[in-house]
Design a protein. Structure first.
Length: 563
């Protein structure tokens, strides 16, 4: 007769089985969770495929109108397991955010068909920006960046609420990106979020995203906050009077026949040389060039074999137009920007990203007469550019430099002295729009080239001063690359009407900024004032120029995606 198990042996077996189950169940649970997430990912891709079919017949279909309630009717894909569905188009790709329910309960899927992420709802922090601004469109060579602990680091392009979130226009944090040398491009592209941009020498250009919007300016006579409402390229354009609540879509987002979700603007005045354009801080601005030379050099940034790894099939690089300048200035004068007068760059040695610590006409006069100095007072990132102390005490607006400015390079205690020289009042804005150098923009009076046979832009056309004609230069480009003004009167300069959004008649004289229209003698717009201007320098300032190579004139880079 066989002997049975004793109670002790049975207890031991039970304990062993319990241990095995304790070890195995979490593993099995993890496998089930992984498979469930993979199935939800496939489901999300099916939704994107269904939405893509809608665009086969109509490439301008407004995908943002699709949600969990109309998905089945529009695509045939059932939505019983989706609590919410949000659809957008980013970089030419369909992007979804799906909050699951029923079999996908406690899961969230987000991304594009090639980059879908599925996470537990408890791990989904939401998106950092809720302003409605269009998502920045990155070319393949562009690295999203944000400022962290005194360094620029790689940002989260998905822009989830986290340490490294990329942008939030509600809090005036505009999206920034850089292009880098080809030797380090893959390192940064493949690097983890939070990777520090180790060497400033790696960077070739700093760029800032201006999202598409419509605007309206409250009726009044003084400078005032501009009302901005963000939209995307599939939204029907508004054509109101741009006064009070009669919104108008800003014209800078129409690029030829292409409606843009936004465009990238050089964070600083152009630096480098005509052979190697850069956009960087703390360098001398590129100056002393004709308009045609600047236009050609910036356009060549997308040419074959360029240093920036731009593809001409993907992006267009061009010299900033006058309406594009207006788009930046208007956004700065809204709740999404500094919303007050921008501090002047007072560097007489033409250094980019510098600040005089106040608006023009209210700055320290270090020599008792002039409010400028070779270095400027502060760098764009809140450091001392000089230790020069106040000299004159006659001007009641004069105030001492930051008390930390005992050594060049020290971090200042009041960073607003530096940051208010940007369009946002923080480091994420655009600099040098007040003071620094005047900037040529592609805005021209009736295709006149310049003043005389020896002083002109290098574009073919008549010269207003001596009646001569330039014939051996560049032909004027197609209309998307420049603004043509048909009169010298602010209210009729655009084909007999107001130049909406150009920061001309609508904002003329704001903050006392200089305001002189173009004419046959001086047919090119220049913007922003120069370091030696006082109260009349500013982002809303404009003057006329002859287009010739002058030492106090620079330009700015714009990058638009062709998606």
């Amino acid at each position: 007769m066989k002997k049975g198990f004793t109670l002790v042996e049975l207890l031991a077996v039970i304990i062993i089985l319990a241990i095995i189950l304790a070890i195995a169940i979490p593993g099995i649970s993890n496998i089930v969770s992984t498979l469930r997430k993979a199935a939800f990912e496939s489901d999300a891709k099916l939704i994107i495929k269904g939405i893509s079919y809608l665009q086969l017949n109509n490439e301008n279909y407004n995908v943002s109108s699709i949600n969990e309630t109309n998905l089945k009717d529009l695509t045939g894909v059932g939505a019983d397991n989706y609590n919410t569905l949000s659809v957008s188009k980013v970089n030419g790709e369909i992007k979804v955010i799906i909050v699951g329910k029923n079999k996908w309960d406690d899961l969230v899927a987000y991304g594009t068909s090639d980059d879908i992420k599925v996470v537990d709802s408890s791990d989904f922090t939401g998106f950092a920006d809720n302003s409605g601004a269009s998502e920045p469109e990155l070319a393949n060579n562009m690295i999203p960046i944000m400022y962290y602990n005194g360094n620029w680091v790689k940002a989260d392009k998905d822009n989830l609420v986290d340490t490294y979130s990329w942008y939030d226009y509600t809090t005036k944090k505009w999206a920034n990106a850089v292009t880098v040398k080809s030797s380090t491009l893959e390192t940064y592209k493949n690097g983890e979020i939070g990777t520090t941009i180790v060497d400033e020498e790696d960077i070739l250009t700093y760029l800032v995203w201006i999202p598409r919007y419509k605007y309206a300016i409250p009726a009044d006579t003084e400078e005032r906050s501009i009302n901005i409402a963000f939209e995307n390229s599939l939204t029907s354009k508004s054509s109101g009077t741009a006064i009070d609540t009669n919104y108008r879509t800003h014209p800078a987002f129409t690029f030829g026949e292409k409606e843009l979700n936004g465009f990238w603007v050089g964070k600083f005045e152009t630096t480098g040389t005509t052979n190697v354009i850069t956009v960087k801080p703390n360098l001398e601005s590129l100056r002393g060039q004709t308009v045609s030379t600047l236009y050609t050099a910036i356009g060549n940034m997308k040419s074959g074999g360029n240093l920036y790894s731009f593809s001409s099939n993907e992006v267009d690089t061009h010299m900033m137009k006058n309406d594009e300048w207006g788009a930046v200035a208007y956004l700065s004068k809204s709740v999404y920007g500094l919303n007050s007068e921008i501090y002047k760059n007072n560097s007489s040695s033409y250094y980019t990203g510098r600040s005089g610590g106040n608006v023009g006409g209210s700055q320290i006069k270090p020599n008792g007469t002039n409010e400028y100095i070779g270095t400027g007072f502060y760098t764009y990132d809140g450091k001392c550019a000089t230790t020069t102390a106040i000299v004159s005490d006659k001007d009641p607006n004069n105030k001492p430099l930051d008390p930390n400015c005992t050594v060049v390079g020290n971090t200042i205690s009041d960073k607003s002295l530096a940051y208010n020289a940007s369009t946002t009042g923080n480091i994420y804005g655009i600099y040098d729009m007040s003071g620094g150098l005047w900037e040529y923009v592609m805005g021209n009076y009736n295709n006149y080239s310049g003043y005389s046979s020896g002083v002109n832009s290098g574009f073919n056309g008549p010269n207003g001063g001596d009646g001569s004609t330039v014939t051996g230069g560049l032909d004027f480009p197609t209309e998307q690359y420049y603004n043509k003004y048909t009169t010298s009167v602010e209210t009729t300069a655009c084909n007999g009407g107001i130049c909406y959004g150009h920061a001309l008649s609508e904002t003329s004289g704001w903050y006392g900024d200089y305001a002189t229209m173009v004419s046959a003698n001086y047919p090119w717009f220049i913007r922003g004032g120069a370091y030696y201007y006082t109260a009349n320098a500013g982002a809303f300032g404009f003057d006329d120029g002859h287009g010739y190579a002058v030492s106090n004139l620079s330009a700015r880079v714009v990058v638009a995606l062709r998606l």
